[in-house]
Design a protein around this ligand. Structure first.
Ligand SMILES: [Zn+2]
Length: 148
């Protein structure tokens, strides 16, 4: 990346300007402290505090870290659990990892491209016909509203 005003003094240009960070230090400068804590350290935002808990806007939710499209607003539903909830992900965009922290067997979900933490996925709760709840931190995603 170069300083746009002083191109001659740019810092070393990476081979691919859009390359993802390779180290946690590189992520730390790209993300806010709260985004870093959740996305890169598998933190959890406090329930009912995230900006997308009750959002109904039509659009696509992207990974806050790398921009990959993860969830359609069509799959978002009201779970009243305090976090944005989706009953499906865009195919292939979210990977599942067994998580045994906090003495519970849960399934963590991460962005398939940049490996950032998104939240957890739960099955068998009966919220929707798909019977699946992707419980996602608002700070892990960014909504791009549909045009119009
Ligand atoms: Zn990502």
């Amino acid at each position: 990346m170069r300083c746009p005003r002083h191109p001659a003094y740019g810092w070393p240009v990476s081979p691919d300007e859009n390359a993802l960070p390779r180290t946690e230090d590189e992520w730390r400068v790209r993300l806010t402290p709260e985004e870093f804590r959740v996305l890169r350290e598998a933190g959890t935002e406090r329930p009912f505090t995230g900006e997308y808990v009750d959002t109904k806007t039509a659009g696509v939710y992207h990974c806050r870290a790398c921009g990959l499209e993860l969830f359609s607003s069509d799959t978002k539903f009201d779970s009243h659990c305090g976090w944005p909830s989706f009953d499906d992900a865009i195919p292939g965009r979210v990977k599942e990892i067994q998580d045994r922290s906090l003495g519970m067997a849960r399934t963590e979900i991460r962005c398939a491209r940049c490996d950032s933490h998104l939240g957890h996925v739960f099955h068998g709760e009966g919220f929707t016909p798909k019977d699946t709840r992707h419980c996602v931190n608002s700070v892990s995603i960014r909504l791009e509203p549909n045009p119009g």
